[in-house]
Write a protein that binds this ligand. Structure first.
Ligand code: ADP
Length: 490
């Protein structure tokens, strides 16, 4: 049975509780990566629209009810929003599938319900935000208040439009902040749908504004705005650097950055071989390799290397690529032409650098941005395909002898987002987990995320954590209040 395509209902900017045209009247096209055809024309936000949205957000923060409600009241509204998301999971999954080429059935069953649960997790935390009573110094009594940081600017990428949206919005809402979110220009559709549901749930006007538009215009305006109190960003390391500069050059707003990665998966001789092959393959094929923690460098110990390589290639050849609405399909198209061409050019570079192309390497079909899962062996650590984030289904497979060698190789990257370790030896697992400089270590598993598991980078993968109570604290600040208990000369 073919799935009915969604009707795109929301194409305008969502500012102060209303869907509005952009001030310039300009629009941009969002493209279906399966067909390379236009899905819809979206109002294009620019600096002037960001100004209006920030103003609405400022008023909602300075004078509105949201930061002044009790945590329980905020939680009740957030819970309602989460329920509405569950009720509309099918529709939202369709939007993410046509906009980003994501697997429809997976989104409907897993990603959208998980997004709703992320909102529930932070709703549960909204009434547990409190400061501390401090040990009085002499005749003084002191305590801390945890206050919402203010107006937040969120900038998100296109690879997980739903998860990214809630990962940023939910903790900041729970904290009592107001916000302007700029979705990626490739994937604005579900963000606008979430805004519509937020209004239905009772999130007051001006608290959550969604302004689609491009990075150098709308995004940059948000980062350099004097009335934005914090920017939370997920995207490339290059743009992360620009955002930090814009924040520093304007009002010194704090930023948190979740950036690129080149994560290692290290497979020791004693690992469960079939599981290691499965995870190594999924490490680059899941979500078409469009995931910051893709296990794009796979290091295999020499004792099992040959068998590992042979079975990995067999596995890649059984992978089903095609329309993400088909339930048998395991990989849809890359998000857009730019990414598609970038990945293919990295593959060509890998061949030119002298790595061995074991499987894949080509476009699939002649319409849509489909690319075969691609595995290179004989990769040297200084090759571009072993150093740069490709953000596609491309693996660099390498061999190692000793644990010392594995540690050095795993850390031989400017990034530090995640790492996987496959071994049955507890000592090996412990030594590796402590030696790899990365924000998440998966032992005998991969891609395990949880609302309560903090997630973020070391090194050039950024700083600040999403998920967990760490994320809530990014949107709070501490105020110390001191008062005399009895007459004090001070
Ligand atoms: P990618 O290269 O994978 O598309 P980017 O880091 O370029 O990732 O984009 C992630 C998000 O950052 C998108 O929403 C994009 O519009 C935004 N962005 C891009 N450039 C800038 C910029 N100079 N300032 C603020 N946001 C930007």
């Amino acid at each position: 049975m073919t799935t009915k395509m969604p009707t795109v209902k929301f194409t305008k900017l969502f500012i102060n509780g209303d869907f509005v045209d952009s001030i310039s009247g300009r629009e941009f096209e969002t493209i279906d990566p399966r067909t390379e055809e236009v899905i819809a024309r979206i109002a294009e936000g620019s600096k002037e629209d960001i100004d209006v949205a920030v103003k609405a957000s400022r008023v909602a923060f300075d004078h509105g009810s949201w930061p002044r409600m009790t945590g329980v009241e905020r939680a009740r509204i957030m819970m309602k929003w989460a329920d509405l998301i569950d009720e509309n999971a099918e529709e939202i999954a369709k939007l993410d599938a046509i906009d980003a080429g994501k697997l429809y059935h997976f989104c409907k069953a897993i990603e959208i319900p998980s997004a709703a649960n992320t909102i529930r997790y932070y709703a549960g935390a909204a009434d547990k935000i409190h400061g501390e009573v401090l040990k009085p110094a002499r005749e003084f009594h002191a305590y801390t208040l945890m206050e919402p940081i203010g107006v937040v600017g969120h900038i998100i990428p296109w690879n997980f439009p739903s998860s990214m949206f809630v990962t940023k919005v939910a903790p900041s809402l729970a904290a009592g902040c107001t916000m302007v979110l700029k979705p990626a220009e490739q994937t604005p559709l579900s963000a606008l749908f979430y805004a519509h549901l937020a209004k239905l749930a009772g999130i007051p006007n001006g608290v959550l504004n969604v302004v689609p538009g491009f990075g150098p215009t709308a995004g940059a305006a948000l980062c350099s705005h004097m009335d934005v109190d914090k920017v939370s960003f997920t995207g490339s390391t290059k743009v992360g650097r620009e955002i930090m500069c814009a924040a520093a050059n304007s009002n010194l707003k704090p930023v948190s950055l979740e950036l690129g990665g080149k994560s290692p998966l290290v497979v020791f001789d004693d690992a469960d071989l079939d599981k290691a092959i499965q995870l190594a393959f999924l490490g680059v094929a899941y979500n078409k390799g469009e995931i910051c923690v893709a296990g794009s460098r796979v290091f295999v110990q020499e004792g099992i290397y040959d068998e590992f390589e042979k079975k990995l290639v067999e596995k890649a050849k059984t992978w089903v690529i095609g329309d993400p609405f088909d339930s048998k399909v395991q990989q849809g198209p890359q998000v857009d032409k730019k990414q598609f061409e970038k990945i293919l050019s990295y593959i060509e570079h890998g061949k030119r650098e002298g790595a061995t192309l074991l499987t894949g390497g080509k476009r699939v079909g002649n319409k849509g941005y489909y690319i075969e899962p691609t595995i290179f062996s004989n990769v040297k650590e200084d090759m571009l395909i072993a150093q740069d984030e490709i953000f596609g289904p491309v693996m660099a497979l390498m061999k190692f002898k000793t644990i010392e060698e594995a540690i050095t190789s795993a850390n031989n990257t400017r990034y530090g987002l995640a790492a996987g370790i496959m071994t049955k030896n507890l000592d090996t697992a412990n030594i590796m987990s402590r030696s790899i400089r990365a924000g998440t270590i998966w032992i005998n598993c991969y891609f395990i995320f949880g609302n309560d598991i903090p997630y973020g980078g070391y090194k050039m993968s950024g700083f600040g954590r999403d998920f967990g109570l760490e994320a809530l604290h990014k949107y709070l600040q501490v105020k110390s209040v001191v008062t005399p208990i009895y007459n004090s000369p001070w």
